[in-house]
Design a protein around this ligand. Structure first.
Ligand SMILES: Nc1nc2c(ncn2[C@@H]2O[C@H](COP(=O)(O)OP(=O)(O)OP(=O)(O)O)[C@@H](O)[C@H]2O)c(=O)[nH]1
Ligand SMILES: [Mg+2]
Length: 229
């Protein structure tokens, strides 16, 4: 007997269960007027650095919080906590992605009505996280200038599952002869019309435009959900 169909079926069931929880989460985020944003990328693309900068800059004007997934350490939560925002680490053990149920459990003690933005840093890799909806409003895929312009072509699924691409570490672009036009072309090839921001968490270059986009998205999604500004 061929075992393959059974394996596929199990996977389908896991994903279906994840979708049910993700849908419930999305409803909670909408109802509370919180904009939930997740970050995916390969390891070391700069998710935590970018998120720490984002939390620090939004914190004076908004109530922000973050969940961060990691296979084994609490290092990223410790870094993000420097922003003074509430942060919770999700240790996934051997699982190479976050699942909606993990997010749901992590949110147990938090009152979403007291939040404006919730950020979720996924486990670093460009494969597993793509299939798992976390109920987020926006998914950012990060591509650092140091990892090569071809990543969108090699990992199209993760780019297709995301809403926005963020080219990170722009301060290093010339040192690694980053071909920005090629990177943009490759993103456009796998995800036509995708919004792209290029920035550096280190120097702050490009952060203003991205923050404006984020604030506008929050305003628009609250208006769509009928939540007061
Ligand atoms: N020059 C420069 N370095 C950066 C920038 N952003 C991140 N880095 C560096 O890149 C390395 C990885 O950054 P992280 O923020 O840990 O990346 P990550 O995607 O969160 O990594 P994982 O969680 O392990 O997947 C660190 O040494 C950062 O200091 C940037 O904008 N410019
Ligand atoms: Mg990180």
């Amino acid at each position: 007997m061929n075992a393959e169909p059974r394996l596929v079926e199990v996977r389908k069931n896991v994903l279906k269960q994840n979708d049910v929880v993700a849908r419930a989460l999305r409803g909670r985020f909408r109802g509370a007027g919180v904009l939930a944003v997740s970050l995916v990328s390969s390891p070391g693309s700069g998710k935590t650095a970018f998120l720490e900068k984002t939390l620090t800059l939004l914190q004076p004007r908004y109530k922000v919080a973050a969940l961060v997934g990691d296979l084994a350490t609490e290092n990223d939560a410790a870094r993000l906590a420097r922003s003074q925002a509430p942060v919770k680490q999700i240790i996934t053990g051997t699982v190479c992605h976050l699942e909606a149920a993990m997010v749901q459990n992590a949110l147990d003690e938090w009152d979403l009505n007291h939040l404006d933005f919730l950020f979720i840093e996924n486990v670093g890799n460009l494969v597993c996280p793509s299939s798992y909806d976390l109920g987020e409003d926006l998914r950012f895929v990060l591509l650092s200038v140091t990892e090569g312009e071809d990543k969108p072509l090699k990992y199209p699924t993760i780019f297709n599952s995301a809403d926005v691409a963020i080219i990170t570490k722009s301060d290093l672009a010339s040192a690694v002869e980053f071909d920005e036009a090629a990177a943009r072309r490759n993103i456009e090839a796998v995800r036509p019309g995708m919004e792209i921001f290029k920035l550096s968490a280190k120097t702050g270059e490009g952060i203003d435009g991205y923050l404006r986009f984020l604030e506008n998205r929050r305003t628009n999604s609250r208006a769509a959900a009928g939540v007061p500004k």
